[in-house]
Ligand binder design. Structure first.
Ligand code: PMP
Ligand code: GLN
Length: 383
């Protein structure tokens, strides 16, 4: 293995899901729903296979999906992207992030990301031989946010891009317009690109709306906007994502993408196009249901003795484990199957400064109510 990848090892998601399988523990670690996406959309994938959508689609993706993404961006955000030249389909948001970083960052360039960050960011940046500069999100009044001065201080002449994930995994923060404006102004002042990971765009709670960076003044032209179907339609195994950006940026990302995977799976693309056009009510109901599940898990975790932080979006809730007498989340996560028959994700692995997240553990609530309830019953053994 090349030296720049040697520190990465196995992802925490693989480690913890394997532990769940091995021990029979309830898996509130890796974020994937335990119920299926909209039935009519699933049928479309089957139909697509039956109808012969089984050969290579065009490199930038099936036109029908690019058109549906374009319509979705216009309808939800008032953003106009041309399906030809400004939208491309990827193998999930993961490939979109990797291809964007590889296409836009020279070796030695710096990319700012907010820690705790989704783990593929650091690996993609390392593959590009660029450098991740982490700006820490810290809880303020129970919500993770950043200090604008710390963000400003992180920009150097080598900074090329800021990776912005909102709604944010693993903290559940949804950046406000004010927070996005701080980032946007820095991008414009220093000529930076915003690479935005918006995979949880529809999973927000309490009436908090998702604001895409590209809708801020002056940002559409410098934003690589990324999303995917996995979270929106509860089909994380379909690995169908997309990039929306001005032509020069999409061309750059497409140039890299064609040699990573050339194209993405055909049947899923047709089905997701259907989903974006016909299943957005289903998605709204999913979001409302997830809010109830969030509340259910938060209440249970509090009763079990955790200090719980309220997320405004995503699948995840952060807990502080210190009230239970624990101090190291990684240690606790590795013992949790044996102590309580539950698997969770230690938040510290998503930091460049792990000590800043040592006492946080992430639990996923994208699960059936009875699964959440049983997990809570078990976790009450901890206190
Ligand atoms: N970004 C974030 C913030 C995520 O949580 C995930 C995991 N679902 C991804 C990207 C990966 O998305 P995909 O499965 O579409 O590659
Ligand atoms: N995005 C999901 C999570 O954060 C799963 C990611 C993965 O398995 N790579 O839990």
């Amino acid at each position: 293995l090349v030296s720049r990848m040697r520190t990465f090892g196995t992802t925490i998601f693989a480690e913890m899901s394997a532990l769940a399988v091995q021990t029979g523990a309830i898996n509130l670690g890796q974020g994937f729903p335990d119920t299926d996406g909209p039935a009519a959309m699933l049928d479309r994938a089957v139909q697509a296979i039956g109808a012969g959508a089984n050969q290579y689609p065009p490199g930038p993706g099936v036109l029908e999906l690019r058109q549906a993404v374009s319509e979705h961006r216009a309808a939800h955000y008032g953003l106009a992207y041309d399906p030809v030249g400004e939208i491309m389909v990827t193998v999930g948001a993961t490939e979109a992030v990797a291809a964007s970083v590889l296409a836009l960052c020279e070796p030695g360039d710096e990319v700012i990301a907010f820690e705790p960050y989704y783990d593929s960011y650091a690996a993609s940046i390392a593959l590009a031989q660029a450098r991740l500069v982490a700006v820490t999100l810290r809880p303020v009044d129970g919500r993770f946010t950043f200090d604008p001065d710390e963000l400003r201080a992180a920009v150097t002449p080598r900074t090329r891009a800021i990776l912005v994930n909102s709604p944010h995994n693993p903290t559940g923060t949804v950046f406000t317009r004010a927070e996005l404006t701080v980032i946007a102004e820095l991008c414009q002042e220093h000529g930076l690109i915003a690479i935005t990971d918006e995979v949880y765009e529809h999973l927000t709670f309490d009436g908090v709306g998702h604001v895409p960076m590209a809708t801020l003044p002056g940002m559409r032209e410098r934003t690589v906007m990324i999303s995917s179907a996995g979270k929106t339609f509860s089909v994380t195994g379909w690995k169908t994502g997309w990039v929306c950006a001005p032509p020069a940026l999409v061309t750059a990302v497409q140039t890299v993408k064609q040699f990573l995977t050339f194209t993405a799976g055909a049947p899923w693309q047709l089905a997701v196009a259907y989903g974006l056009r016909h299943e957005m009510e289903w998605v709204a109901a999913l979001g409302a249901g997830l809010q109830d599940k969030r509340d259910r898990l938060m209440e249970g975790l509090s009763a079990a003795g955790f200090s719980v932080l309220r997320p405004a979006g995503t699948y995840f809730v952060q807990t502080d484990i210190r009230p239970l007498g624990f101090s190291d989340g990684l240690e606790l996560a590795r013992r949790l199957p044996e102590l309580a028959g539950v698997v969770a994700i230690p938040t510290q692995v998503f930091y460049d400064h792990p000590e800043r997240g040592r006492h946080f553990v992430r639990f996923a609530f994208c699960k059936k109510d009875e699964v959440i309830d049983e997990a809570v019953t078990r976790l009450k053994r901890l206190s």
